[in-house]
Design a binder for this molecule. Structure first.
Ligand code: GLU
Length: 283
């Protein structure tokens, strides 16, 4: 009797301790400023894509890879955060401005084109990369060779992206445009013949085409339908952060880490990227 009481008491103590630990761990994630006060918490929250191989990808074993991940990791380090102090958060195209202005993330490094409309809500550092809008079609398709061929075809892009906007306003206003939450949803539609083409930045499309399980299924048309200078999104008016991120990006180019990240992430996709662009934001 005495023994079972002691066991019960010990079990209760363990349960209490576990609850306390769980609560402690949880409260750490409560930062609503994307790590703006993260110095105290020793953590920075960064928004990336989770479904874009070569740029931002969450792998099945829970790792994060891609050029944007490497750029973000370098910049975070310059800001004083080691890789294990980074919390990665998914930033789908349509949510990027909101994530920044709500303080859910401190930075967005997610194939994020700098443009005036977005600059009404957020600021950017950079640019750190220049991509161009292109088309991905099925490997055996010969009917789409230029943007106008998309009129009357079924085309897929992503809500809140510059690619979807360009199609609607100038490239192919008569295309039957399906807008998805992420480009990987479009890719499934292209494979299943629900759509005839997927349009977004060539850097993203090359990554999909090069994946082992996609080999031989798709091809890039090879057009340059727009300029897409990628910036690092941050809170509007945070000049100090913008200056620090710009300095980190300049250093990354100067010390060769930028070129190494390009080779590592785009090399396998055979994607010929543009040289590092001049930093123009904030000046
Ligand atoms: N770079 C374009 C954009 O920021 C297309 C890629 C994306 O949606 O992330 O809208």
């Amino acid at each position: 009797m005495k023994i079972s009481k002691a066991v019960a008491a010990a079990a209760a103590a363990v349960a209490l301790a576990l609850t306390a630990t769980a609560c402690g761990g949880g409260s750490d994630k409560g930062a609503s400023d994307g790590g703006a006060s993260g110095d105290a918490k020793n953590k920075i929250v960064i928004g990336i894509k989770f479904d874009q191989p070569g740029l931002g990808l969450k792998t099945p074993d829970g790792k994060y890879t891609g050029f944007d991940v490497d750029v973000a990791t370098y910049v975070a380090k310059e800001l004083g955060y080691q890789p294990d102090q980074i919390e990665w958060k998914q930033a789908v195209s349509a949510e990027r401005e909101n994530l920044i202005s709500n303080g859910d993330v401190k930075l967005v490094v997610a194939s994020y084109t700098i443009n005036d409309k977005r600059k009404e809500k957020v600021d950017f550092a950079g640019p750190y990369f220049l991509a161009h809008q292109d088309l991905l079609v099925r490997a055996d398709d010969t009917s789409i060779t230029k943007a106008e061929d998309l009129n009357k075809k079924k085309l897929c892009s992503v809500t809140g992206s510059t690619s979807a906007q360009n199609v609607k306003t100038k490239l192919a206003p008569e295309a039957d445009l399906l807008e998805q939450g992420g480009y990987s949803d479009c890719l499934t539609g292209l494979e299943n013949k629900k759509v005839d083409a997927l349009t977004t930045d060539n850097s993203i499309l090359a990554g999909y085409a090069a994946q082992d399980n996609n080999k031989g299924k798709f091809k890039l048309v090879g057009l340059s339908l727009s300029n897409e200078p990628y910036g690092i999104g941050l809170k509007k008016g945070d000049k100090d952060l913008q200056t620090k991120v710009n300095a980190a990006l300049k250093k990354m180019v100067a010390d060769g880490a930028w070129e190494a990240a390009v080779q590592k992430n785009f090399g396998p996709a055979n994607y010929k990227s543009e040289p590092a662009p001049q930093i123009t934001e904030g000046s």
